[in-house]
Write a protein that binds this ligand. Structure first.
Ligand SMILES: [Zn+2]
Length: 132
């Protein structure tokens, strides 16, 4: 019963954002990682409306990132009870694995039209209670 419910609303979300490459623009371009699989996908800056076409290589990298995120989503209940143990002076500290995924800023530096751009990855777990 519980397993069926978990499957039904198992939708981990991965959002990507990066700073607009127009030097005078302060816009942040955002998109859902799952959307890039569409053939004509392009990201648009909300401020200056510059459009970004992602080339095949970049799309492929992001597509594989999505697969990774979906695998994380599939293991959400396992990760929810996993900890990373960090040795510190005088003992060790346990950090819930979920915190690493949801609270740390993940930056992926990828080539976008000849420039190295930091893509900020946000992972939103399917169930709010798992990662809290
Ligand atoms: Zn812009």
């Amino acid at each position: 019963m519980a397993a069926t419910r978990r499957k039904a609303d198992k939708k981990i979300k991965a959002l990507i954002d990066f700073h607009c490459l127009n030097d005078q623009c302060e816009g942040v371009v955002k998109f859902n990682l799952a959307d890039i699989t569409g053939r004509d996908f392009q990201a648009v800056c909300p401020k200056c409306h510059r459009t970004y076409m992602l080339d095949a290589e970049l799309k492929d990298k992001l597509r594989r990132m999505l697969i990774l995120v979906e695998a994380i989503g599939d293991a959400e209940d396992i990760l929810g009870s996993s900890n990373v143990s960090v040795n510190v002076a005088g003992g060790s500290v346990k950090i819930p694995y979920a915190l690493l995924l949801t609270r740390l800023n993940t930056l992926i530096t990828l080539d976008l039209g000849g420039r190295q751009v930091d893509f900020h990855l946000w992972i939103k777990p399917a169930s709010a209670d798992t990662f809290n």
